[in-house]
Design a protein around this ligand. Structure first.
Ligand SMILES: [Zn+2]
Length: 152
């Protein structure tokens, strides 16, 4: 497994963006993801791991723009929907558009959770909870490493 530097990771994201949706991202092999993601990105997006709270680049990050999937480049969230839930992970109260994210029941902990995945490439992103503080009532708790950012 390659350990990418921050620069080459960003370069990878740029490449993903320009080629988004021209490829069948769901048919990519495990080997492809191991080669093209950093180890942490791979473990979280492909193995449903969770990054340590407060360690993610986008946890305390408030620029205006779009957040895209770090695997396939699909835009998933907008900065307008981001809020600080104080939980240590980037939080959003809604998805950029309908159909961008798929929902799955997750029984890996004692309480049932709803796992969210990128609809375009099946990347694990995090979970959504019904305790959001805004009018949507939703709190999408997303691993920072699953996201890239494009400034407005
Ligand atoms: Zn994706």
């Amino acid at each position: 497994m390659k350990h990418l530097t921050k620069e080459s990771s960003i370069e990878h994201l740029e490449k993903s963006k320009s080629s988004k949706n021209k490829e069948d991202w769901k048919s990519k092999s495990d080997e492809f993801w191991r080669e093209n993601l950093t180890e942490l990105q791979y473990q979280v997006t492909r193995k449903s791991d969770t990054e340590y709270p407060t360690t993610g680049f986008y946890d305390q990050f408030n620029e205006e723009g779009d957040y895209f999937c770090s695997c396939c480049g699909e835009i998933l969230f907008k900065s307008e929907s981001k809020f600080d839930a104080g939980c240590g992970w980037p939080s959003f109260d809604e998805v950029a558009a309908q159909g961008k994210i798929n929902y799955f029941e997750d029984h890996s902990l004692a309480r049932k959770r709803i796992e969210v995945k990128c609809a375009n490439c099946d990347a694990h992103l995090g979970h959504v909870f019904d305790d959001g503080p805004t009018s949507t009532g939703k709190r999408y708790c997303i691993n920072s490493v699953c996201l890239g950012f494009k400034k407005k």
